[in-house]
Design a protein around this ligand. Structure first.
Ligand code: GTP
Ligand code: MG
Length: 295
């Protein structure tokens, strides 16, 4: 009786979460996922390593993604890549390779972090520098200058990049809470970089961060990620804005204020990482076939 009365006075609000997840996730597989990535065999060992380039708007969580992957591998929260307290100027200004420690050695994949994109022409990383990075022409430690991009007339330009200097997967990092408000200038810059990567044959993945900010149900329980209507809608927006299929969009929540490890953060980060490494390895195989045909 009491509950019938409650329903009468307070009609039920549509639920923010779907009854069933629309994408399956195994939440108990953390250790196996780490092990699989640790022992990942490269299709062509001559490459030495898979190079992953992260790009995206200022403050999207690019550097934090690297810290989250490092943490998942180390089994403790690692904050070795400096991240910004929220600001509209890119905190990362140097081109740096980040290695993932694995036992005494290092894993077969590395990340390159890059300055963030901004709407104005003279601010943020220049898209020609991102394109040069894709081709392996940007030297380690290079300090980006939004006004001047690196050309082949400069001494620091890497004229003859090795296979391992080139990028094998381009990862676009966007934040779930800002994707609907992304300016058309930034969208255009991201699409230009993606088009160039496509011409070069480089595979692309989108990592959507800040899912905890975009949806309270996900902030409450990360396992709601594929039940959240809000997150699905953000991913669809992301797919439309950037022109990437849903299957290439991986939502994650980064370590940002936690001091303790969290299984669910790790699982989503490792799922994204697995997808990145798989598409990059397919690309390496493709390049190997081309090399064989030419020799
Ligand atoms: N709540 C929440 N905060 C996050 C997440 N990812 C990153 N942050 C925070 O967002 C801010 C920006 O993160 P960064 O990793 O520095 O972003 P970035 O893309 O490297 O930024 P720039 O180098 O300045 O272009 C930091 O304060 C992070 O702690 C996330 O998934 N959830
Ligand atoms: Mg950064």
């Amino acid at each position: 009786m009491a509950s019938a009365l409650r329903n009468y006075w307070f009609p039920s609000v549509p639920s923010a979460v779907l009854e069933k997840p629309w994408r399956e996730t195994v939440w108990t597989n953390r250790d196996q996922m780490v092990e699989k990535l640790r022992t990942f065999p490269l299709n062509d060992p001559e490459f030495g390593m898979i190079r992953i380039l992260l790009h995206g708007p200022v403050g999207a969580g690019k550097s934090s993604v690297i810290n989250s992957v490092k943490s998942a591998f180390a089994g403790r929260v690692v904050m070795s890549v400096l991240v910004a307290s929220l600001s509209d100027i890119s905190f990362t200004s140097k081109y740096e390779t980040h290695y993932i420690k694995e036992g005494e050695g290092r894993s077969p994949f590395v990340f390159n972090d890059i300055m963030g994109l901004e709407a104005q022409e003279s601010r943020g990383v220049h898209i020609d520098d991102i394109i040069s990075a894709l081709k392996g022409h940007i030297p380690e430690g290079y300090e980006f200058n939004p006004n001047v991009f690196l050309t082949n007339s400069k001494p620091e330009y890497v004229k003859d990049p090795k296979l391992s200097d080139k990028v094998h997967c381009l990862v676009s990092v966007v934040s779930a809470d800002k994707i609907s408000m992304m300016s058309k200038e930034i969208t255009a810059k991201m699409r230009t970089v993606r088009d160039k990567a496509s011409i070069l044959g480089i595979p692309q993945i989108v990592v959507m961060t800040m899912v905890d900010i975009a949806c309270p149900e996900v902030a409450r329980d990360l396992k709601n990620i594929y039940r959240s209507k809000e997150i699905k809608s953000k991913m669809e927006t992301c797919s439309n804005v950037l022109g990437v299929p849903m299957t290439c969009i991986l939502p994650v929540k980064n370590y940002h204020e936690e001091t303790q490890m969290n299984n669910d953060i790790d699982v989503l980060v490792l799922e994204a990482m697995t997808k990145i490494v798989e598409v990059a390895n397919d690309y390496i195989w493709h390049l190997q076939q081309k090399k064989k045909t030419l020799s």
